[in-house]
Design a protein around this ligand. Structure first.
Ligand SMILES: Cc1cc2nc3c(=O)[nH]c(=O)nc-3n(C[C@H](O)[C@H](O)[C@H](O)COP(=O)(O)O)c2cc1C
Length: 326
């Protein structure tokens, strides 16, 4: 399948693995890229620019296909060494950067000057237009159903994607709720040039996370995610668990007086214990509603091959069949 996204990133299939904290290590990115998609290393999971450089080198040893690095700009107390990370990305020969969170304009000149394509993740049409205006090469349009930070507008992809298609000139991929061939064909039908998946890629053999995390996703239905940190305007969609129920209880008690410090135990620094040790009730961790569509743990190659053959079948047989019947 050839789209503006496969052409721009030099990949075989229009499928991207979004940056994921404590999931997007070299093993994850290389497995997706080797399967013909675009794997992405999560920059901020690495503790320093030097660690990121090592992770990039490790990924390069595991694949000769293109892969990317995610740089997330969130309001944090001690800002990470973005300058050093940008240097590690450029020196590591990475060709794609996925930015997310705040406006990425500070990193565009050095990255694009080095021939790197930048795809910015947005949760609204106005942010997507802003990304286009500041010169991003592409955007990832993340609907309300997504795992992680869906923003505060609550517009699901059935509306958000065609709205983005109506407004944007640069290519975009759908993100949030995508899982299979049906997702890909629907995304293409709504104007996207590919799709980005997070949660689906965690439930794969190569995802370098504890088996408990994969099993929790397979066991979850589409009803099992919750929105946390809404009163702080930093909404995150997470899988429900004991810590999340406690967190929501605190949010209810505090109401509009809620401070980040009230819920710090449930949200700060919990990822290593969850993702690496499999302590599933340790805190809140991002997970999409798409968990309801995830019932197995294939390899990345099996997953991507299945998506592409399903998509082909839908386009040629199901959709083509409607036309022939008319
Ligand atoms: C466990 C987890 C961690 C994530 N961490 C990040 C992150 O650090 N930076 C980022 O830009 N997006 C992050 N995301 C969002 C994904 O890149 C992607 O946009 C999202 O998962 C898409 O929705 P889906 O889960 O329905 O596929 C994370 C998602 C998950 C599930």
């Amino acid at each position: 399948m050839k789209t503006r996204i496969t052409e721009m990133f030099g990949i075989q299939h229009p499928i991207i693995q979004g940056g994921m904290h404590y999931v997007g290590f070299a093993e994850m990115a290389a497995a997706v890229s080797n399967a013909g998609g675009l794997g992405i290393i999560t920059g901020l999971t690495q503790k320093s620019a030097a660690d990121l450089a090592n992770e990039i080198a490790k990924c390069r040893d595991m694949t000769d296909k293109p892969f990317g690095v995610n740089l997330t700009f969130l309001p944090v107390v001690n800002a990470p060494d973005y300058e050093g990370m940008v240097r590690a990305i450029i020196e590591g020969g990475v060709k794609v950067v996925e930015t997310a969170g705040n406006n990425p304009s500070q990193v565009l000149p050095p990255l694009q000057g080095a021939g790197i394509k930048v795809i910015h993740k947005c949760t609204s049409v106005r942010h997507a237009l802003k990304a286009q205006n500041i010169g991003c090469d592409a955007v990832s349009v993340d609907g309300f159903e997504c795992g992680g930070h869906p923003g505060e507008d609550d517009v699901p992809n059935m509306i958000l994607l065609p709205r983005a298609a109506d407004e944007l000139e640069i290519p975009f991929v759908s993100s949030g709720g995508q899982a299979d061939g049906r997702s890909l064909v629907a995304s293409l039908a709504m104007g996207a040039d590919g799709m980005n998946m997070g949660t689906r890629f965690i439930a794969t053999k190569e995802a370098p996370v504890h088996q408990n995390v994969k099993d929790a996703i397979v066991a979850a239905s589409e009803l099992d995610t919750r929105l946390v940190m809404r009163p702080l305007r930093n909404t995150e969609r997470v899988l429900n668990n004991a810590a999340v129920e406690q967190l929501l209880e605190i949010e209810k008690e505090k109401g509009s007086d809620l401070q980040f410090t009230d819920i710090i135990e449930q949200v700060a620094g919990v990822y290593p214990s969850i993702m690496l040790e499999g302590e599933m009730d340790k805190g809140a961790w991002s997970c999409g509603m798409v968990a309801g569509l995830i019932n197995d743990i294939p390899t990345c190659q099996e997953l991507i091959d299945r998506i592409m053959s399903e998509a082909e079948e839908i386009i040629n047989q199901r959709l083509g069949g409607f036309q022939n019947a008319a």
